[in-house]
Design a protein around this ligand. Sequence first.
Ligand code: Z5A
Length: 230
Amino acid sequence: MTETAPKVGPLRGRFITFEGGEGSGKSTQIKLLAERLDAAKLQAIVTREPGGSPGAEIIRHLVLSGMGKMLGAYAETLLFAAARDDHVHTVIKPALEQGIWVLCDRFADSTRAYQGRLGNVLPGVLNAMERVTIGDLKPDLTVILDVPVEVGMQRAAARRGSNAPDRFEAEDVAFHQKLRDAYRDIAASDPQRCVVIDANADVNTVAAGVWTALRDRVLTADPAKNVKRA
Ligand code: Z5A
């Protein structure tokens, strides 16, 4: 089968996704990267999944409330897919087509890890969902932040304070360990796209690792394609 060209224009922004277990520091690192890109005069938006568009944010609320879990793994997968479809078509692709970088907190690898590995949803079903929702849109770089499960859970618990854990935070240590393994396997299966960064370090050290990966794999890989802000 011949590879199809991306259906976005030549002045395409870059699509960077962040993945990892809970409390791995994705939101923290995305914010720092956005600031660094801004300083480099590269226009970027920060978005997240589930959510990122008005329609998808409604679904986010539903899923994190635990409603999706009550419906079962396949129905929950369909909810994530519906949210992604709206997000991709109303936010991500339009931005990339305008040459704007998109930094996204979680994307399709989360579905592979949570619904696929943990929920036992069959790969054929996930493939079909991806064909519909993301087509040939592939991240230019996926940063996988890796922390020991206990560290991530402690960080998330400290941040949550006395608030109740959400649907995924409420899962046990074994769940989160399997999740960590799933992300490592995803990275090993697609090393050109994915970089695993040790996130059990101080914020600035992790940020330096993220920047090095971006510089080496995206910025210097094809500088002509990096669109500068006017
Ligand atoms: N999900 C799914 O099942 N299928 C899908 O297809 C998709 C998602 C897209 C969304 O949760 C849930 O949906 C997610 C998977 C599922 N489940 N979980 N859990 P969310 O968006 O509400 O939460 P999250 O994505 O898991 O992120 P998070 O828990 O908010 O963590 P984070 O963004 O990775 O970390 P953070 O907010 O940057 O940092 C957490 C705390 O640690 C905070 O207090 C920081 O100040 C602190 N922190 C950050 N970095 C450090 C370092 N380096 N040292 C010390 N402390 C740090």
